[in-house]
Design a protein around this ligand. Structure first.
Ligand SMILES: [Ca+2]
Length: 414
C-alpha cells in the first residue's frame, strides 16, 4: 500500500502524526523561542579527523609553543577517534561501515524534568540491550542505488496505489478517489513564504506525484551530487527490504536509543546537555524560523551529506537530525506506561506485538527516531535521543530514511 492513502488521509492523518510527537501535550501551537539572532563566528563543525586536518593547516602561522599545543591536540584527537574503529571490547570481523555498540543497561525515555520532552517518552525506565553492530551513517543514495541495481526493487513511492489495499487503512465508507489522483508519489516538504500556525502541517507538506528516492523534490529533481546524502522517500517496507539484502536488519527501538546516547548517561542530547547552538550547530536541524525562513546558516536547507557533523560517543553520525530513521518496532503510544509495571531492567525489548495509537486507528505505524532537518525546538524537539514517534509503515517522506544493525553472531539477519 502506498500513495493515495497519503492523499485521501492527509487531513485526517498527517495533521496528527507529522506535527511532532504529541505537541498538544506540551500545550504548544506557535513558536515560543524564535531563533533568529545574528550568527557570529560560524564555522561548520567537523569530525575529529577533519579537526586534525584543520589544525595542521594553520601550523605555519603559529609559534613553537602553539605548535606543541596543536600537536598534543592532534594526538589526543586521533586517540579519541580510535575507539570508533577498534573498540577493545568489540568482536572480531568488523563489517565495513559499521561500529560496535557495546550494549548495557541504560535509562530509556525522558524524565519529567526535561522541558523538551513529550508524554510518549515517559516514564523513563531501565532497559538492557546486548551489543550489536550499527551502520555509522544513515543509508546513502549511493548505497540504496546499489541495492536497486542488484535487485530491481521498486519502492512504494514508485508504485501506483491499489484502491483495494488502500481503503483498508481508511475510515469505512471513504469514497474512491479519481484516477488522476491515484498515482505514484510521495510527500515533500514545501515551505510557505510566510509564517503559518504550527498546528496545520498541510501548510508545509505537499503530495507530489512523481516524487521518490531518485526525485526527492519531484519529477524535475534528481540526486546528482547527493550520492552521499541519506536516501529519503523510503517507507518501512523499502527499508526492511534493503536491510534483508544487506544481511542486516532495522534496529529495535531500544537499540536505537541506546546507540544514540553514545555512552552518555541520561544526557538530553546525543552530544551532551549543552543546548543546540545556532552558531555552531551540533546536528542538521532547522535554523531560522520554522517553516517559512530557513537561514541555511550551516549551508543545508534539507538533507546534508552524512558525516557533516561530529559523531556521538560511539562514532555514529546524524543520530540527531538530518533524517528520521525507521526502527523495526511497531508503534504503540502507551508502550512505556505498559513497561512501568514490569521488572527492571527490561531485557532486549522487541517492541509491541501490534500497533496502537487511538489518534490514527485505521493505519499501521512503525517507530521512527532521531528527528530530521525540519526539527526545531518550537515545533519538534524529537532530535533528542529519547524522541520518538510513529509513522505509517507504507509512507515515504522527504525527511525520513534509515540505517541498519547486525548482531555479532554470524548470520543474524532477523
Ligand atoms: Ca538521523
Amino acid at each position: 500500500m502506498s500513495g493515495y492513502v497519503r492523499v485521501i488521509d492527509l487531513l485526517l492523518r498527517l495533521r496528527r502524526s507529522l506535527i511532532g510527537p504529541y505537541p498538544m501535550l506540551r500545550g504548544q501551537g506557535f513558536c515560543e523561542k524564535p531563533l533568529s539572532g545574528p550568527l557570529v563566528g560560524f564555522a561548520r563543525p567537523q569530525s575529529v579527523g577533519h579537526s586534525v586536518f584543520r589544525l595542521n593547516t594553520g601550523l605555519s602561522h603559529t609559534r613553537f609553543t602553539d605548535r606543541v599545543g596543536v600537536f598534543i591536540i592532534a594526538v589526543v584527537s586521533v586517540i579519541m577517534a580510535a575507539p570508533y574503529a577498534t573498540r577493545a571490547d568489540s568482536p572480531k570481523g568488523q563489517p565495513p561501515g559499521m561500529v560496535w555498540i557495546p550494549g548495557g543497561v541504560f535509562t530509556m525515555g525522558s524524565p519529567d524534568s526535561d522541558a523538551l520532552s513529550y508524554e510518549v517518552e515517559k516514564p523513563a525506565h531501565q532497559v538492557k540491550v546486548d551489543g550489536f553492530w550499527m551502520d555509522e551513517t544513515e543509508v546513502t543514495n549511493a548505497q540504496f542505488a546499489a541495492f536497486i541495481k542488484a535487485t530491481g526493487y521498486i519502492t512504494y513511492a514508485e508504485r501506483k496505489p491499489k484502491w483495494e489495499e488502500l481503503k483498508r487503512q481508511l475510515p469505512p465508507g471513504t469514497p474512491k478517489p479519481p484516477d488522476e489522483v491515484l498515482q505514484a508519489g510521495s510527500l515533500v516538504f514545501a515551505p510557505p513564504n510566510h509564517a503559518v500556525p504550527l498546528d496545520d502541517i498541510n501548510a508545509w507538506w505537499s503530495w507530489v506525484i512523481g516524487a521518490d528516492w531518485r526525485h526527492p523534490e519531484g519529477p524535475s529533481s534528481n540526486i546528482r551530487g547527493r550520492e552521499n546524502h541519506p536516501v529519503v522517500h523510503v517507507c518501512w517496507e523499502d527499508a526492511a527490504a534493503f536491510s534483508r539484502w544487506a544481511g542486516k536488519r532495522l534496529p529495535k527501538e531500544a537499540e536505537w536509543e541506546f546507540a544514540a546516547r553514545g555512552g552518555l548517561k541520561s544526557a538530553t542530547f546525543t552530544w551532551g546537555n549543552q543546548p543546540f547552538s545556532e552558531a555552531k550547530p551540533q546536528a542538521n536541524i532547522w535554523q531560522g524560523d520554522f517553516p517559512h525562513r530557513n537561514s541555511k546558516a550551516d549551508g543545508f536547507a534539507r538533507t546534508a551529506p552524512v558525516k557533516s557533523y561530529p559523531p556521538n560517543g560511539y562514532g555514529l553520525y546524524d543520530m540527531a537530525g538530518n533524517v528520521w530513521e525507521w526502527c523495526g518496532d511497531w508503534w504503540r503510544v502507551d508502550l512505556y506506561r505498559q513497561r512501568a509495571g514490569q521488572a527492571a531492567p527490561v531485557v532486549n525489548p522487541v517492541g509491541p506485538s501490534r500497533y496502537f495509537d487511538p489518534r490514527s486507528p485505521h493505519e499501521l505505524q512503525r517507530v521512527t527516531r532521531g528527528g530530521s532537518f525540519l526539527c526545531h525546538d518550537c515545533y519538534c524537539a524529537a532530535y533528542r535521543p529519547a524522541g520518538r514517534r510513529g509513522t505509517a509503515y507504507d509512507t515515504g517522506l522527504s525527511h525520513t530514511g534509515f540505517r541498519c544493525v547486525k548482531k555479532a553472531k554470524k548470520g543474524n539477519t532477523d
